[in-house]
Design a protein around this ligand. Structure first.
Ligand code: PXP
Length: 237
């Protein structure tokens, strides 16, 4: 079974567009859970452009399924995670000017300081994954830092067409193979849609997919419950 983590950042993005109270990501988390999501994923960004500290606190209290907090490996975020205790943290790179997370974290360059962050989170029972490009070297480096899992960046696959598509899929397969051989958990996400998720769910080693934009976009038109149910059916056919 592949877990579906529903990323609800965009619900908060709509709220922040008017700096008001609706739509509330806490309500979205509850509806996603009722619709069959296996987890809720939120990204608390340094600039608080969508998810707010209050959302994290309340969602943590309300949902029964897994809460996965995406965050930069900064002291501020580590402190927040240690206080709020999500089930899992996904360490991501963060740039102020980006529209969304652009690339994977460079685990090889991040080395020592990342290792300390991972150790602090894991010592409190928080599972740690690292968002990495589909590159076996990054997967191996993540294992060396004692991360529980890698989340393989599927954005290049999602954006690829023609011959590049097969090439990108092959990169994902190779990264998955490496992760399997060295015994680190395997998640994937970014840019996945109702149309392109099939080739990723066909890789049985992938334990968790985190999907946001496509689900929330469909939810605007057909409702969140139906959007989550339809994606869940594709993730676990
Ligand atoms: N995984 C990570 C690490 C991300 O940063 C994001 C985007 O917030 C996602 C998955 C979900 O990407 P998308 O919104 O394109 O489905």
């Amino acid at each position: 079974m592949t877990r579906l983590g529903v990323n609800i950042d965009h619900v908060a993005t709509i709220r922040q567009a008017r700096l008001t109270t609706e739509p509330d990501p806490v309500a979205a988390a509850v509806i996603a859970e009722l619709a069959g999501a296996d987890g809720i994923t939120i990204h608390l960004r340094e600039d608080r452009r969508h998810i707010q500290d209050r959302d994290l606190r309340l969602i943590r209290q309300v949902i029964q399924i897994r809460l996965n907090l995406e965050m930069a490996a900064t002291e501020e975020m580590v402190r927040i995670a240690l206080k709020e205790r999500p089930d899992a943290v996904c360490l991501v790179p963060e740039k102020r000017a980006e529209l969304t997370t652009e690339g994977g974290l460079d685990v090889i360059a991040g080395g020592g300081s990342l290792k300390k962050v991972i150790q602090r989170l894991r010592s409190k029972g928080i599972e740690v994954s690292i968002f990495v490009d589909p590159d076996p070297r990054q997967v191996i480096a993540s294992r060396e830092l004692n991360a529980d899992a890698v989340e393989i960046h599927t954005g290049s696959y999602a954006g690829a067409r023609g011959k590049a598509l097969a090439r990108e899929l092959e990169r994902i397969h190779r990264a998955v193979q490496t992760a399997r051989e060295i015994g680190i958990g395997i998640h994937a996400g970014h840019g996945l849609t109702y149309q392109n998720v099939g080739r990723v769910t066909a890789i049985p080693e992938i334990e968790e997919l985190n999907i946001g934009h496509s689900i929330i976009s469909r939810a605007v038109l057909v409702g969140l419950e139906r959007a989550v149910r339809e994606m869940k059916a594709l993730v676990n056919p």
